[in-house]
Ligand binder design. Sequence first.
Ligand SMILES: Nc1nc2c([nH]c(=O)n2[C@@H]2O[C@H](COP(=O)(O)OP(=O)(O)OP(=O)(O)O)[C@@H](O)[C@H]2O)c(=O)[nH]1
Length: 158
Amino acid sequence: MTQSEIRQSNATQPEAKLGQEPNASAKAIDVAVGILMRPNGDVLLGQRPQGKPYAGYWEFPGGKVEANEDVASALRREFMEELGVSIVCAEAWCCVEHVYPHAHVRLHFYISRHWEGEPQSLEGQAFAWQGAVDVQPLLPATIPLLQDLDEVRRAVQS
Ligand SMILES: Nc1nc2c([nH]c(=O)n2[C@@H]2O[C@H](COP(=O)(O)OP(=O)(O)OP(=O)(O)O)[C@@H](O)[C@H]2O)c(=O)[nH]1
C-alpha cells in the first residue's frame, strides 16, 4: 500500500476526544487500526492476547506506529504480522484519542475492503467476523465508534 492508495473517505469525522480529557503533558502514542470489511458489511475483530494491557478485550487489529514509520506502513506491517493479510488499499476513516491508565493513544482507524490472504491467527489470538458487533468486552475507546460503523456497513450493503 502506498500513500496514494490511502484515500480520505466521506465518512471521515473530525477528531473526537473520548474518555477522560487527554493530559496535555502526556505524549500521545500513534496506533494504526484496520477494519477489514467484507462486501456484506461484516468486519473482523481480534481478541487481545495475554500479557498485554486489556488482555481478553476485543479490538480491531492493529498496533503502535514505530519510530520512522508512517501510519499506512504500520497498518500494513501489523496486518501481515498478526493475520498474514496484505492490505491492498484502505481509506482513512476517523481518528480518536483516549487516555488509558497505561497510555494516551491516538487511534488512526482505516477501513479496507480490498486485501489479499485469509486472516490467520499468527499470534494465537481469537478473531471473529461480525455483522452488528456483539463480542464483549470491547476496548473502551472503540465502543463509541460502533454506531457510526453500522452506518458505513449499511451503506455498503445497499
Ligand atoms: N489495535 C487496536 N488498538 C486499540 C483499539 N482501541 C484501543 O483503544 N486501542 C489501544 O491502542 C493501543 C494499541 O497498542 P498495542 O499494545 O496493541 O500495540 P502493539 O500490537 O504494537 O503492541 P506491542 O507494543 O506489544 O508490540 C492499546 O493501548 C489499545 O488499548 C482497537 O480497536 N484496535
